[in-house]
Design a protein around this ligand. Structure first.
Ligand SMILES: Nc1ncnc2c1ncn2[C@@H]1O[C@H](COP(=O)(O)OP(=O)(O)OP(=O)(O)O)[C@@H](O)[C@H]1O
Ligand SMILES: [Mg+2]
Length: 666
């Protein structure tokens, strides 16, 4: 043994860490050391001589996976190139790259993000003659995902008009050699079911499996894990933190686990090491209002700490100023780093005012879970080039770049290419090559030359980028070659500043590729590896080493599993949390919103601020707001009311204020 595990862990945690053989289930409250148990358990296994390659740990966000493997590295002091600590999705990609050919895709498949997926839905819908009104891509996207993951079925009426679209969408993906996010779990599962030899290979490889945040596994993820696992499987989770039921996560997985793994060892962790007694009591006060839960006795040995501060600001900019000023103040007073602060929001739209205040006051911050860097147009354009170079059959990305920047391939030509592709049931790339090569080609000589130039461009970059090193230099060369800068200048004639800003973004992209290449821990450096990585990163967060030393602004969903000494939960208004949609959908959904609020509270270690605006700008107008009913569930004795600069006006705010004052005085 390299160190004393028993000194670092309480007896229950130690029991979980040292029970390596046989199934283990840990359902315990926030901050009780579940994730710590998983990391120590990996270290313990390595110390006991289990090879890295036999261990698989799965979690939900890239950030969590990264933190976990860093932790194990610290504990063991070893290089961990063979240890698999991954998100479910990234692990799905790994399997598919190895074996997707068994399902009829080629291994250089593209992964479509939501933007690509919506584009494919739109195009498929148009081909099928849907009107613009019937083609609500968001709604259809959700439906497709629900059907794919088995949450909805055709034949139950309302949605059957989209059945054909769904089928065309599925065959479109295959035709373009692409998969969507749901496929990253569904296709590996299909592989396991239809190809026992493939399953046997992975079962043979991974002998010890762990899952963090088990409460948020979807049915498919559960089945995926279940098919891989024999007996040595350890899952940890907290039913009170289940926040993905809309995505099919299902806490009945806990019940299933108990049934599927008889003789399991169930371990309870009851001490919270993260938060002060006050914060924990507030969290408990809120969550106990949910009916459908396992009762827990969570206690904190950290002392009661500071009261929870509630603030009812005039509007979102007063709120943002308050957050920014408090951060500056506490940072100076308590000698904190910016990274000690977490600002949590229920939805992306709440970030704007905060970001503006941060920019104004020069507070460095990083936003995760929001509109990602990778969704920006200029970044998407460059990435689309890379995707086409990696997989020229990827029609969606090919269409995105074929005439951006303009190279004389107009609508008419694209229609001609599409006609051939449809007739021969092949990709646009194949069709394009056929058109250029055909003796009796229907396209003009000029078009033929333009297409040929494009084909040569892709082919040449394929030959250089798919092999060898220096991807960043090659990408830079490609960006120069397409003269993207001139394109930006033309597109943004009115604002050179905007054009420059976009070009700087491309620069940061190239820099980040270079950082990635230099990372000694990552020994896979092909274009495919890079594209895999960014597709997965852009889904939940975009973390890199430059983010250290910055305030963390993030959605509550993205904050799962993380902790910060000081936390602000902003926008705690009725309609935001609980979200308006959940109020329409009934009590079950309100309980899910309460769990979200519980997750938010339990991220804090030392100090928690909660704010609820009196008014908020929304859809062009100004709306009067009511504080979230969850605020009333926080026990009175834990709260301190923060005096606003402006007098309160709206009735509800006054009402709350009166109550808070009453509490404060008593
Ligand atoms: N035995 C212990 N001794 C000292 N610190 C501990 C111990 N157990 C846990 N901690 C600390 O408590 C904090 C919370 O632990 P951890 O993040 O593992 O909890 P968790 O149960 O995974 O929380 P969540 O439910 O939010 O995911 C961490 O800072 C961790 O290092
Ligand atoms: Mg955790």
């Amino acid at each position: 043994m390299t160190f004393d595990y028993q000194a670092e862990l309480n007896p229950e945690q130690y029991e979980a860490v040292s029970s390596i053989e046989g199934p283990v289930l840990i359902i315990a409250g926030a901050g009780s050391g579940k994730t710590r148990v998983i990391t120590f358990r990996m270290s313990y296994m390595l110390d006991s001589g289990i090879p890295q390659s036999q261990i698989l740990a799965l979690t939900f966000t890239n950030k969590a996976a990264k933190e976990m493997s860093e932790r194990v590295k610290q504990l063991t002091g070893k290089k961990l190139q063979m240890l698999t600590v991954s998100t479910f999705h990234a692990f799905g990609v790994k399997i598919l790259r190895e074996d997707i050919n068994r399902l009829g895709w080629r291994e250089n498949f593209s992964i479509y993000d939501d933007v690509d997926r919506n584009q494919l839905i739109k195009e498929t819908g148009r081909d099928l003659g849907f009107t613009a009104e019937a083609l609500d891509v968001y709604k259809i996207g959700t439906l497709i995902s629900q059907v794919k993951t088995g949450m909805k079925h055709w034949g139950d009426g309302a949605n059957d008009q989209y059945k054909q679209l769904y089928e065309e969408y599925q065959s479109g993906l295959k035709l373009y050699n692409a998969v969507d996010f749901d496929d990253l779990i569904i296709l590996p599962l299909k592989l396991f079911r239809e190809h026992p030899d493939v399953l046997a290979k992975y079962k043979d490889r991974y002998k010890y499996i762990m899952v963090d945040e088990f409460q948020d596994t979807s049915l498919q993820q559960y089945q995926f894990m279940h098919s891989l696992a024999d007996r040595n499987v350890c899952v940890v989770g907290d039913d009170d933190q289940s926040i993905y039921s809309w995505r099919g996560a299902n806490y009945e997985n806990l019940v299933m686990f108990e049934k599927d793994f008889p003789g399991l060892k169930e371990i309870k962790l009851e001490q919270n090491y993260r938060s002060t007694g006050t914060i924990l009591a507030a969290a408990n006060g809120v969550i106990k209002n949910n009916t459908n839960r396992k009762e827990k006795a969570l206690w904190s040995g950290n002392g009661s700490g500071k009261p929870i501060e509630i603030y009812i600001p005039e509007n979102e900019s007063t709120e943002a100023d308050f957050v920014a000023e408090s951060i500056q103040g506490i940072r100076m007073e308590e000698k904190r780093s910016y990274a000690d602060f977490g600002v949590l929001i229920r939805s992306n739209t709440l970030s704007r005012a905060i970001e503006e205040a941060f920019l104004e006051q020069n507070i460095p911050y990083v936003m995760s879970g929001g509109t990602s860097f990778f969704q920006r147009k200029e970044i998407k354009d460059v990435i689309s080039y890379l995707r086409v170079i990696a997989n020229p059959d990827d029609d969606i990305n090919l269409l995105r770049i074929i005439n951006t920047p303009r190279r004389g391939i107009g609508r008419k030509t694209i229609e001609d290419i599409s006609a051939v592709a449809n007739a021969q049931h092949c990709s646009l790339w194949t069709a394009m090559n056929a058109l250029v090569a055909a003796a009796d080609t229907p396209i003009s000589e000029k078009t033929r030359v333009d297409l040929e130039l494009f084909i040569n461009f892709v082919t040449e970059h394929r030959s250089t980028m798919l092999s060898g090193k220096d991807l960043s230099a090659k990408v830079k060369k490609m960006v120069d070659e397409i003269d993207y800068w001139s394109y930006l200048v033309q597109e943004y004639q009115k604002s050179e500043k905007a054009a420059r800003y976009k070009f700087l973004n491309i620069d940061s992209l190239i820099n980040s590729i270079s950082t990635w290449e230099k990372d000694p821990d990552n020994f896979k450096k092909s274009l495919y590896d890079y594209l895999n990585r960014i597709t997965l990163i852009s889904r939940d967060d975009m973390e890199d080493d430059e983010d250290k030393g910055k305030v963390n602004l993030m959605t509550i969903h993205a904050s799962k599993g993380l902790e910060f000494p000081i936390v602000f939960i902003i926008g705690c208004e009725e309609g935001i949390i609980p979200h308006a949609r959940s109020l329409e959908e009934g009590e079950g959904n309100v309980e899910e919103e309460r769990r979200l609020f519980y997750v938010a509270i339990t991220r804090a270690r030392d100090k928690l601020f909660i704010s609820s605006c009196q008014r908020r700008r929304k859809m062009g107008g100004v709306m009067e707001c009511t504080p979230s009913p969850f605020l009333q569930e926080i026990p009175e004795n834990l709260v301190e009311y923060h005096e606003p600069a402006e007098p309160l006006e709206t009735e509800d705010a006054l009402d709350v204020l009166a109550k808070m004052k009453a509490r404060f005085i008593m």
